[in-house]
Design a protein around this ligand. Structure first.
Ligand code: NAP
Length: 286
């Protein structure tokens, strides 16, 4: 393998260790513990695993978890009532509503009901708007983690040509805005982009979030580029794999992140970081 590995798992561990120290200091100084409310509606097995992993990570970082597992029959009004309670609860500094929600619940209404001051996932339109303005408060966890991964490799984003594959509201768009904020020249690609391989080859930094296994092949990557793979897909054998053909692309890229062990652990670490920062803001420390 020619490329150097950007190890999201190791970086996430460092972040969690730092957050554990900050949480302990916060408790020593102000007698408060950062608190995250986790809200999960329904029986989706993958969602249960995600929430359990986030809760375990919280506990290791000294974050109090307020767990709410609700039946799939929960109404939108019941869910809104719970969110209002958590918005008003001083022990809670972050609220995570695990997606997807059951079809009878409007996710947009629910995410907008979370107080922008407790929006640890960074999905509220207020926080998205702050990012657009260039004055972010809570930043969406996955793109925030991606930026930290690039910077951890010692790569300067300023002045680089960045190409983002995917334009979702939770990954592609906020990631493009964060790169712009860091003074990259940014191109956003999507399913209607013409001659995608040629656009990708222009990238000094290629960020891939489309949800198609091994979609990015070596011929789409410039020699020495930084390649960050956000995708999480299952192979026919049931193994986790990214959107990038890792074996081939790692022979050509300068830096590459793996799946698993790349963006996934950093997404969780950023949820914890947002919660701890929110707790600090609540007592005027940030
Ligand atoms: P999404 O909402 O499904 O968006 C996918 C994007 O990819 C869309 O903008 C779509 O374009 C674009 N796209 C699809 N096929 C394409 C193609 N052939 N050429 C160019 N663009 C194409 O997905 P998402 O929520 O952003 O997630 C993307 C991937 O990241 C998924 O695998 C997801 O599981 C993973 N993910 C991982 C984490 C993590 O923590 N590791 C977090 C979030 C997401 P259009 O807009 O034109 O349809």
């Amino acid at each position: 393998m020619a490329a150097k590995l950007i190890d999201g798992k190791a970086l996430a561990q460092q972040v969690r260790d730092r957050l554990a120290r900050e949480s302990a200091e916060l408790f020593a100084q102000k007698s408060i513990k950062p608190g995250l409310a986790t809200i999960l509606v329904g029986d989706d097995p993958a969602s249960h695993v995600y929430v359990r992993n986030k809760q375990k990570a919280c506990e290791l970082a000294g974050i109090y978890v307020d767990d709410h597992k609700l039946p799939a029959s929960t109404t939108q009004v019941e869910l809104l009532t719970l969110i209002e309670q958590k918005n008003a609860d001083p022990k809670i500094h972050g609220i995570l509503v695990q997606l997807p929600l059951p079809k009878h619940i409007d996710s947009k209404v629910i995410l907008e009901a979370v107080s922008p001051l407790k929006d640890a996932d960074g999905f509220h339109p207020y926080n998205f708007g702050r990012l657009v303005e260039g004055h972010p408060v809570f930043e969406a966890c996955t793109p925030k983690g991606v930026i930290k991964m690039i910077e951890s490799a010692g790569v300067t984003i300023e002045g680089k040509r960045a190409v983002v594959l995917g334009r979702s509201n939770i990954v592609g768009k906020p990631l493009a805005l964060m790169l712009l904020q860091k003074n990259a020249t940014v191109t956003i690609c999507h399913s209607k982009t013409k001659d995608l391989p040629a656009v990708c080859r222009e990238a000094d930094v290629l960020l891939v979030a489309i949800g198609k296994a091994k979609f990015v092949t070596a011929d789409m990557v410039r020699e020495g580029a930084v390649v960050i793979d956000v995708g999480t897909n299952k192979t026919p054998e049931g193994k986790l794999c990214g959107d990038v053909d890792f074996d081939a692309v790692s022979q050509k890229a300068g830096w590459i992140s793996p799946v698993p062990g790349g963006v996934g652990p950093m997404t969780i670490a950023m949820l914890l970081e947002n919660t701890v920062e929110s707790a600090m803001r609540s007592v005027g420390l940030r």
